[in-house]
Design a protein around this ligand. Sequence first.
Ligand code: NAP
Length: 314
Amino acid sequence: MKKIIPFVSDCDEELISLWLYYLQNQMSEYEIVLFKNLSESQILSADVAIVANPKPSQISQMKNLKWVQSLWAGVEKLLQDIPDASFKIVRMVDPTLADTMAQSVLAWTLYLHKNMPLYKLQQNHKIWKQHIEVLPEEKNIAVLGLGNLGLSSVLKLKENGFNVSGWGRSKKEIQGVTTYHGDAGLVQILKGADIVICLLPLTPETNNLLDKQKLDLLAPDTALINFARAKIINYKYLLEKIENSELSHAVLDVFESEPLENNSALWDDPNITILPHISAPTNMKSASKIALKHISEYYQKDIKPTFVDKDKGY
Ligand code: NAP
């Protein structure tokens, strides 16, 4: 009999069916079973599960869980929903996801660098006006977060000629990239930036990291891209600064409540580009392969995957 791996998810049915298809396709030696189809004894005996927005009430019934494989890179919701979980969490670290994010970072950096929002506005008013374009090496791009997604993005920007700097918690060396860390480093990197790109995890430390004081460090022609989590940046103050021409533009992919409410003022500002959380969707095929690798290494070779550091929150 095949070993059962529970899949615990509160996503919509269509998404769940797709995930079951991809997971089962990769994991023919295991049987992937949706939580609602598990028997009482299967719920109680499961030691590993795959999760994607799991219902806390379901996951808490799995008393023998040792660890869960999240299909998402960000695990702040899981940590927040099940704060006293006895099981460990493995987040999705996928080179394919990092490539996708790096491509999005490059695309939206070029969108800002090439003045696309401005030319679109001009077209709306039939204005024929050329603007001076500086070279990529004259543009200072500051990437906040140098993890799986941040590092690939930094390298992609560098490859495309931009002057890139990066900021993380620990000191890092990346060839051709000026790196910063710590509070003083954040002040330095923000002060010199033309475009700030946020790729940090949401943790108690990064919550409201870009508050009024930090946003005030940015020069008025600075633009901001947030592909991480909304709560890292004070959006209310960001909007105020954009309305007052104290910041040039923001590309926002993530919001406190998604979909973004119809009545949000963020929709209406021409200097804010709203994206529906699409900068780096998890690739079902590559993510399923990674989940399989972790699960089979665990059962067949007793190799534990890398767990999230719950104290750090990522
Ligand atoms: P990661 O590999 O864990 O990297 C996190 C980076 O942030 C690391 O460089 C870490 O520094 C730095 N960091 C964490 N806390 C910090 C702090 N307090 N001060 C300074 N630096 C700090 O994460 P990832 O895989 O790159 O993912 C980042 C986030 O992207 C996820 O958490 C998720 O929220 C978001 N995401 C968004 C999408 C989307 O479609 N919009 C898709 C996937 C992921 P150290 O290197 O020193 O530890």
